[in-house]
Design a protein around this ligand. Structure first.
Ligand code: OFO
Length: 188
């Protein structure tokens, strides 16, 4: 990075470079941000796979829900890439691991999605911890948006799961639920 925020201050390398300790700290935070880019990309791809499965199974509401979610995750990834680039690093575009293509049921797809969200929240919180303990307040501040976003998304997925559980297994009820899922983001 051309400059770094350490100890609450913007610092610049000398002609000899950063000094080993700061160099390692910057690398650690940058690596963690790149790892988060990769996780957001995987989330986007996974939700696209879920949208495709839902479409094939006739769950049009859930398909549209997952498509929107996939697009949101892509935006989260882009936001991180921009931040890393603007901070003097380089946002690396990761290779994608193949997401799960088949689900046992609609509830299964949403359970997998919810687990993704819980894992993402954990990873964002670890990043926040790292930036705070490193006194990298600029990145810490940037990450607050992700903390709020994860809180919202966990709550959204929890509402969908509640809805599916109330409906039970009956196919007729599931179709009504599917309609409701299409509208849930508007209500939230
Ligand atoms: Fe990227 O917001 Fe959830 O996962």
């Amino acid at each position: 990075m051309k400059s770094a925020q350490v100890g609450g201050q913007k610092i610049y390398p000398t002609t000899q470079g950063w000094g080993e300790e700061i160099e390692m700290l910057i690398k650690k935070i940058e690596t963690a941000l790149l790892d988060q880019i990769s996780k957001e990309a995987h989330a986007s791809n996974s939700y696209l796979a879920m949208a495709s499965w839902c479409q094939v199974k006739g769950f049009r509401g859930a398909a549209s829900f997952f498509l929107t979610q996939s697009e949101e995750e892509r935006q989260h990834m882009l936001k991180l890439i921009n931040f890393v680039n603007e901070s003097g690093g380089q946002g690396i575009i990761p290779a994608l691991q193949e997401p799960l293509a088949k689900y046992k049921s609609l509830v299964h797809a949403f359970e997998v999605a919810f687990e993704h969200e819980i894992a993402t929240t954990k990873s964002i919180h670890e990043l926040v911890d790292l930036t705070f303990s490193s006194k990298d307040y600029a990145t810490f501040n940037f990450l607050q948006w992700y903390v709020a976003e994860q809180h919202e998304e966990e709550s959204l997925f929890r509402s969908v799961l509640d809805l599916i559980h109330i409906a039970g297994d009956e196919q007729r009820n599931l179709l009504i639920v599917d309609n409701e899922i299409a509208k849930i983001r508007i209500k939230a």
